[in-house]
Design a protein around this ligand. Structure first.
Ligand SMILES: C[S@@+](CC[C@H](N)C(=O)[O-])C[C@H]1O[C@@H](n2cnc3c(N)ncnc32)[C@H](O)[C@@H]1O
Length: 250
C-alpha cells in the first residue's frame, strides 16, 4: 500500500525523473567516490530511485539508501533487482532519521538537502546526520543557488518541460514558483500530466519548497553542528554550478 501523505515525488514526477535523468555518469560517480574507500559504509539519504546510489554500488562502494517517497523507492528496488544488486534501503524521512548503524560517509547530491524546509528543520536534520556518522566520518553534500529567482521582482516564475517515454507517451511538467528572496526559499506548485494518444490520461499536482544558502552561511551551519575540516569545492555537475561541501566529524 503506497503512502500518499507526501506532497512531492509522486508517481508521475518519479516517472519523469527516471526517464529524464536515469543514472549518474562516470564523472559524477568518480567525483563522489573519491572521498571514500570501498570498504567504508556509506549512506545516501534522499537517494530517490538510485540515480547515483546504483552506479556507486556497481563501482564497488557499500552504500545504503534512504528516502521517503514510496514511488521513488519502488523504482530503486526494481532497478537494483534488474542489475542483480542488493543493499539496505530505508523508507523514512531524513528529518526523523533514526538508523541502527553509524556510517563512515553520508552523501547528499543534486541539491536535495535544499528541499528541507523550513530552515529550522534543515538545521535539526544536519544535527541528526552528524549523529549518524562515526568519528572521522565525512559528509559530502552539494547545493546550488537559483540565481534566476533572485532577479525577479516578486512575480511568479513559470516553466514547462516534457519528456518522451519509451512507449511514445509524453509527461509534461509545469512549474509555478514564487521566491521569498529575503528568507531565501521558493515555493513551487508543480503539475505533471501524462499524455497518451494526445489526451491527458493522468494528472498530479505537487507542492514543494527549496531553500538556498550562501557559502559562508552554510559553512557556519556545518561548524555550528560540530563539523571540522570544512572544505568547499565549486564544481559543474550535470550543467549545474554546484558548491560541494565536505566536512568531517571529529
Ligand atoms: C532531487 S531528488 C534526488 C534523488 C537522488 N539523490 C539523485 O541524486 O538523483 C530528491 C529526493 O529527495 C527525496 N526527499 C525529499 N524530501 C525527503 C525527506 N524529508 N526525507 C527523505 N527523502 C526526501 C525525494 O523523495 C527525492 O527522491
Amino acid at each position: 500500500m503506497i503512502n500518499t501523505e507526501n506532497k512531492s515525488y509522486l508517481e508521475l514526477c518519479t516517472e519523469f525523473y527516471d526517464n529524464d535523468k536515469p543514472f549518474a555518469n562516470e564523472q559524477e560517480v568518480d567525483f563522489y567516490g573519491q572521498f571514500f574507500t570501498k570498504d567504508e559504509l556509506l549512506l545516501e539519504p534522499m537517494c530517490g530511485s538510485g540515480r547515483l546510489l546504483i552506479p556507486l554500488i556497481k563501482e564497488g562502494y557499500i552504500v545504503h539508501g534512504l528516502d521517503n517517497s514510496p514511488y521513488m523507492l519502488v523504482n530503486c528496488h526494481d532497478r537494483l533487482r534488474q542489475q542483480n544488486l542488493q543493499t539496505e534501503i530505508f523508507e523514512q524521512s531524513i528529518t526523523n532519521i533514526n538508523l541502527a548503524q553509524k556510517y563512515d560517509g553520508i552523501i547528499i547530491p543534486f541539491g536535495s538537502f535544499q528541499l528541507l524546509y523550513p530552515r529550522s528543520v534543515a538545521f535539526d536534520t544536519l544535527k541528526k546526520l552528524y549523529q549518524h556518522l562515526k568519528p572521522s566520518g565525512r559528509i559530502v553534500l552539494d547545493m546550488f543557488i537559483p540565481w534566476e529567482a533572485m532577479y525577479l521582482g516578486g512575480e511568479d516564475q513559470t516553466s514547462e518541460k516534457s519528456t518522451v517515454l519509451p512507449s511514445g507517451d509524453v509527461i509534461v511538467h509545469q512549474s509555478h514558483s514564487k521566491a521569498n528572496k529575503l528568507e531565501q526559499y521558493y515555493s513551487s506548485h508543480d503539475i505533471y500530466e501524462k499524455i497518451v494518444n494526445g489526451k491527458v490520461s493522468l494528472r498530479e499536482e505537487e507542492t514543494m519548497h527549496l531553500c538556498w544558502y550562501f557559502i559562508y552561511e552554510f559553512e557556519l551551519l556545518l561548524e555550528k553542528v560540530g563539523f571540522k575540516n570544512i572544505k568547499r569545492i565549486n564544481k559543474v555537475i550535470n550543467q549545474e554550478e554546484l558548491m560541494v561541501y565536505v566536512a568531517v566529524k571529529p
